[in-house]
Design a protein around this ligand. Structure first.
Ligand SMILES: [Zn+2]
Length: 267
């Protein structure tokens, strides 16, 4: 069985410098003592985790957010969430069972038959799980998402629900880079990246920015993304988003930069 190891966002992973998409030889058994389900999520933890916990309820609600915002018919395929009580236990487990995986706080693994998230409790656990579980929901519903969109959506949904997808650190990074003329949006370039190891922190931020632009500006933009995802789900392929956006805008990069500047101005 081949496993596709998919992505973890953020500086931590990028600093680890690891390729994040690999073929793994087998699916390791989990060392888990507690098992509970809530909605589509199956939690395996080495500590008691009440299903009434706010974090669990948040992750269950994320499914509805994705469904409503993307108009995406969801599936009931279980997403297994393996949680460790501390970073050291988690790191030892990952090193033993996934020796080729670079150090990271959390990761999502997809095989032909299972969707699994591994993570450990930390100050970042909510953000980490919202990100990885978003991958789980998306991969349960869709076939091959383009890498940039997979990550852009996960970055959108990783922020707390009250933020409505607004990932402020990404916005700040991109606006600062623009001010020093070190970055300009280029979705066509971003869409050519197929390896996780090639994604930079800037690329994650740009992927989020395009998703945020599509979902939070006009109904026309949101519908464009919804239509694309609908076609992808129905047909398994679709005309690339960047081509669709170009049909709407003469200069979509300019539109995106203006939007980002307005976000900082209104922050
Ligand atoms: Zn990711």
């Amino acid at each position: 069985m081949n496993l596709r190891l998919c992505q973890v966002a953020g500086i931590f992973v990028l600093a680890a410098g690891g390729a994040s998409c690999r073929v793994l030889p087998s699916f390791p058994a989990a060392p888990i003592e507690e098992k509970s389900s809530s909605g589509q999520l199956v939690f395996h933890s080495d500590f008691p985790l009440p299903m009434s916990h706010r974090l669990v309820r948040d992750l269950v609600a994320e499914r509805g957010d994705i469904q409503r915002l993307l108009l995406l018919p969801m599936t009931d395929e279980p997403i297994h969430v393996h949680l460790f009580h501390d970073g050291q236990t988690y790191a030892e487990y990952v090193k033993d069972r996934f020796p080729d995986v670079p150090e990271r706080r959390a990761f999502f693994v997809e095989s032909d038959t299972r969707l699994v998230v591994y993570a450990h409790w930390s100050d970042h656990i909510a953000e980490d799980l919202r990100h990885e579980v978003a991958h789980g929901y998306l991969h349960a519903a869709l076939g091959d998402l383009p890498l940039w969109l997979d990550e852009g959506l996960a970055e959108y949904f990783e922020v707390s629900r009250s933020q409505h997808g607004f990932n402020e650190p990404h916005m700040e990074l991109l606006v600062d880079l623009m001010a020093s003329e070190k970055w300009y949006p280029d979705l066509q370039r971003l869409a050519t990246i197929e390896q996780f190891s090639a994604l930079t922190q800037q690329d994650y931020a740009e992927a989020w920015a395009w998703v945020y632009f599509l979902l939070q500006t006009t109904p026309q933009h949101r519908e464009l993304l919804q239509t694309y995802l609908g076609e992808l789900q129905r047909d398994g392929h679709a005309e690339p988003l960047w081509r669709r956006i170009i049909k709407l805008h003469i200069d979509p990069a300019q539109n995106l930069t203006e939007h980002l500047l307005s976000l900082r101005g209104g922050a």
